[in-house]
Design a protein around this ligand. Structure first.
Ligand SMILES: Nc1nc2c(c(=O)[nH]1)N=C([C@H](O)[C@@H](O)CO)CN2
Length: 117
């Protein structure tokens, strides 16, 4: 299966388990692999025959901005719900990172894979 990929997309969200995390939005990073048949766009050279990654990025930013989840898992799930509702996807893998939150780690992240249906 072909892929449309977004790497290192920065989104802003109010997220976290602890009170000190729930006073302001913080930056998160999204890495996304979409499973989609790219043959039509290869043939037509027309963006309407593929998944427009700019529209995907905007959807992800809006979901993050307008939510107040406690867990990365819940936000990632809402992002995948929105993507499958808006775009014709066969599958998707989304990694959601919360950098600089643990003192001795560069990054923490969760990854969720979902198939259509
Ligand atoms: N699996 C997860 N573990 C934790 C999360 C999370 O979203 N998923 N969140 C936290 C806190 O909010 C963290 O950001 C600060 O310690 C802890 N563990």
């Amino acid at each position: 299966m072909d892929n449309v990929i977004i790497e290192g997309l920065q989104v802003q969200s109010l997220i976290g388990v602890y009170d000190w995390e729930r006073t302001a939005r913080r930056p998160l990073l999204v890495d996304l692999v979409l499973e989609v048949d790219l043959a039509p766009a290869v043939a037509s050279d027309d963006v309407s025959d593929t998944i427009d990654y700019a529209r995907v990025a905007e959807t992800l930013k809006q979901v993050a901005l307008n939510s107040e989840f406690f867990l990365l898992e819940a936000l990632a799930g809402a992002m995948l719900d929105a993507l499958f509702a808006e775009f014709a996807l066969q599958g998707a893998t989304l990694k959601l990172s919360k950098p600089d939150i643990l003192p001795d780690a560069e990054n923490v992240a969760i990854r969720i894979s979902r198939r259509k249906g």
